[in-house]
Ligand binder design. Sequence first.
Ligand code: ADP
Length: 615
Amino acid sequence: MTLRARLLLAQAPLALALLLVGVVAVVTLSQLGRSGPRVLQDNYRSVLAAQEMMAQLERMDSGALFIIAGERQRGLTQQAAQRARLESQLRVQEGNVTEPAEDAATLRLRTSWRRYQEAYDGFLAQSSPEGAREAYFGVLEPAFQEVTGAARAILDLNQDAMVRKSEALQRQSARVNTVMVAAVMVAFVVGLFASQSLTHRALRPVSVLSQAVRRLGEGDYAARAVVEGQDEIAQVGRDFNAMAEALQQYRRSSLGELLQAQAASQAAIDSLPDPVVVFGADGGLLNVNRAAEDVLRLSLEAGGDMLGQVVPEARAVLERVREHVLTGRGAYQPRGYEEAVRAPLPDGDRWLLARGSPVHGESGEVVGATVILQDVTRLRRFDELKNDLVATVAHEFRTPLTSLRMALHLVTEGVVGPVTEKQADLLFAAREDSERLQGIVDDLLDLSRIQAGQLQLEIRRVPAEELVDAALDAQRMAAEERGVQVSKQVGLDVEPVDVDPERLGLVLGNLVGNAVKHTPPGGEVEVHVWQESHGVRFEVRDTGEGIALEQQARIFEKFYRAPGAPAGGAGLGLSIAKDIVQAHGGDIGVVSTPGQGSTFWFTLPRREESGPASV
Ligand code: ADP
């Protein structure tokens, strides 16, 4: 059955009740309506006939009196006219016997009427006035009383009946009222109840369906609507179930894939030996790997300020890198091992070097930051080992080298006896090498002092140009030998710098020396100096061979020498320069395009802003 049919059916009881009340009303009203005419028909005609007959009897009687009074002719006409009329009225009455006792009364009237006529005929047959009078008072008058009484009886009978019927009608109408009110009420209650229950039954599937929809909305993907039948709601129910089934399957599969993907990515970052921390766009912790949990004691479950449990140094670095990446400044790369922070662990300290990279959203905006804390403990140990080695070697070399140089000097000068020309050549070469060795040992000593934190800067205020001139003068000979042109360009507004002139001379000398060394004949080396808002910037530009990108990051390391670099150096110059510049609170770096030359730069901040005076 369709929903429309069911709803129509639900209306049926009310309609039926209405119909019933209507039928009852029509029947009762028509019954009532019919009672009025019937009274008219039943009794009113009899009343009229009786009255009529009584009047005619009166006339007949007065006709007789006329005759007695000597007006015979007039009396005769009068009584003759009335007889026929009375007869016809009597017939009417005889044809309208309706009341129970009326039959007998009518019969009585008929009989007494016949007698009255006979008496009247007898009266008329009297020829003498005395006879007539006698007949009148003796026979006619009693017959008259009798017939009039009979007619009156019929009149009373019918009048009584009318009064009775009118009262009965009133009672009936009051009863009809009550019945109607009762019928309306019963029909209304029964109809309403039946309609309500039918509507409820018709709409029950809708509530089943709506419950299922609600459960599905709340995430219960197993929710189904059990709606039987063939109507529209059952069809919607079947469609809903199909949809829920598809959703459930989709969710099962997508959830499975998601979980798998999530497990795979978690496993991937867990397998990394270095701590990995993932931050959301709001800076909150999104994910950490196992190493981060172990080394940093970070845990996602901890809640609250989760970075609070991390050791302060590591926490500061994490916050700095997070800030760098989330404010859209791109990936964060550390500048060197010296940025590594210590994380104390039961089995010894760990040194961690932070690197950060942004996580991009669909439209390219930064939605998070991944920070990897590379474990550089071994590298740092290795570095310390290098430092120890440098210090020991430099220290141990110094004394024997001094006596070696002294001995070579004395022998070359012929102090201890004459030397042949051939011997002198060899001795010169040996002396030159020992001088170079001395240079290397000096470098090493400088380095070991710097590394050991013993480098004491003797700060003085000097014009930048003075430093440049000194460096260029020292290298001019070598440059001329190589056929390289050296020049300088110092801005007029450059302020004097507060530096240790000897150390900084070493830096500039090193940079200019390297530039000359790596520039082919005919090339140029320029030193530029200009004022910047935070301090002074120095640049040493050459037109030499340049440095490959992968080597640029490494040339500032200790003992690093580019493959194919000319013999002589120990790979320490740039490392020392870096330490000295950093000790002045500045920065150093290189920009180079292989084949087109290199630009080494360093900055010196204004003294009041600079960092520590020693390392
Ligand atoms: P070294 O004393 O051995 O030159 P440095 O620390 O001064 O050591 O330099 C390290 C390496 O950097 C060198 O081996 C060289 O290859 C490279 N280098 C330094 N300066 C320049 C330059 N101006 N042009 C090309 N390469 C350079």
